[in-house]
Design a protein around this ligand. Structure first.
Ligand code: GLP
Length: 246
């Protein structure tokens, strides 16, 4: 496991975007699809912005990219402004040349969550597995929606969100806790571990304790991102504020 410390959030975004762009370019040169696992949340926004810039400057194309998003709320209409579908299209997909058929986002509105999750795992396998999974973390160290207590062997499934996560996400729903969905479909910890490479982005002093628990304490299902300590090719990219507890 590697830790890269950048001065601030903008430099974390720049590092991540350049890394992703280079990996895509390398795969495209070999005429191979690059399979990316992608997060939502405020942390990756800067990276998405830079990748869009690179695309607009002609430095990169997403024609040979397939994506799998980490998670999606249950029973929130796909076109709701806070659905992860809307988030990804508004902040990234709408602005680049990715082919719609190559975008995969869990559907939290099927009614048959088990089938949807099993099919998602199957689609990842059919795509040849994920080359690079990028993630953010919650202040309690959760990755995707693998809340504290999730099995480290978990795969894509439905999860009930805990109180802290609902509170942290209320800012996106006008601060109204009652509007935040209480369940989500999420890739499992093992789904992320199966990626050939994992990159976790962490910014801000409010994530400092989570980073300490993630990389300096033992592997624990109470801090699910800590499982990445056991991944053969995992990198944490943090800004200086996030390293205050190291
Ligand atoms: C949610 C998402 C996570 C994300 C986390 C932190 O819980 N499911 O994937 O990492 O929020 O979000 P932010 O980057 O906004 O702090």
């Amino acid at each position: 496991m590697k830790l890269i410390i950048e001065e601030n959030a903008e430099k974390v975004a720049d590092f991540a975007a350049r890394y992703v762009a280079r990996k895509i370019a390398e795969a495209s040169e070999k005429k191979k699809f690059f399979v990316l696992g992608l997060p939502t949340g405020s942390t990756p926004l800067g990276m998405y912005k830079k990748l869009i810039e690179f695309y607009k400057e002609g430095m990169i194309s997403f024609e040979m990219v397939k994506t799998f998003n980490m998670d999606e709320y249950v029973d929130l209409p796909r076109d709701h402004p806070e659905s992860y579908h809307s988030f990804m299209f508004d902040n990234f997909f709408r602005h680049i040349d990715i082919q719609p058929a190559n975008i995969h986002i869990l559907n939290g509105n099927t009614g048959d969550h088990e089938k949807e999750c099993a099919e998602y795992e199957k689609k990842i396998l059919e795509a040849g597995g994920i080359d690079l999974f990028i993630g953010g973390i919650g202040p309690d160290g959760h990755i995707a929606f693998n809340e504290p207590g999730s099995s480290l062997a978990s795969r894509t499934r439905i999860k009930t969100l805990n109180e802290d996560t609902i509170q942290a996400n209320a800012r996106f729903f006008g601060g109204d806790l009652s509007k935040v969905p209480t369940q989500a479909l999420t890739v499992g910890v093992q789904t992320v571990m199966d990626a050939r490479e994992v990159m976790i982005l962490i910014t801000g002093s409010h994530k400092a304790l989570a980073l300490h628990q993630a990389i300096e304490c033992g592997v624990s299902h109470m801090c699910t991102v800590s499982a990445m300590q056991m991944h053969p090719c995992a990198t944490f990219v943090a800004d200086e504020d996030a390293t205050l507890e190291l």
